[in-house]
Every structure is written in C-alpha cells, then in structure tokens.
Design a protein. Sequence first.
Length: 108
Amino acid sequence: MINEQDLKNVFAEHRADIADNGFSRRVAQHLPPRRSLLPQIIPAVFTIAGFVLTVALQDMTVIEVRLLGLVNAVAHLQMPSSVEIMTYLGVLATMGFIGFAAAETDIA
C-alpha cells in the first residue's frame, strides 16, 4: 500500500510545468463581462422565501423549541433528538446558502 508521502514523492518526481506565457490573462480579457446579478440573487431569494414560508406555516416557536432543546441536551451532555439536530442543520444550511449567495455577488 502506498502512503501519502510516497504518493507526494511520485508526483514531485514526475512534475511537468507548462509555460503559460500570459495565455490565462488573455483568455480572461476576452470573456464577456457579467451583465446580471440574477444568477446570484435567485438562490438567495428562494432560500429566504423558503425560510419565511416555513416560519409562516410552522410558526417560529416550533423552530425555537427545537433549537432550545438541542442547546439544553448539549448543555446536559445528552444526545439531542434527531429532529433537533435536523432543525439545527436546516437553519445552519439556510444561513450558509444566504451567506454564500451574498459572498458570490461580486459587484465589480
């Protein structure tokens, strides 16, 4: 079995550097400029709409109770229920999607 160091040595021995000669820069200059922020805005809008719809249909107290149950279980060194874990991961994913969409919206 090959370990990681042997694998790194094999790649280091057979490394092939290819001269770029400014090719990447020339290609980037010929790309059309981004005209619309719509591809970055649509995921954020639908994520926010989904979160708002979830809160409207389920009421915020359900989500709050599940998150507080998770915190309480962890504070008492107990295993939280799967519903509490899934609620936490759902809220975390929602915040992550919104943050990623906002970060990817480069207004340059």
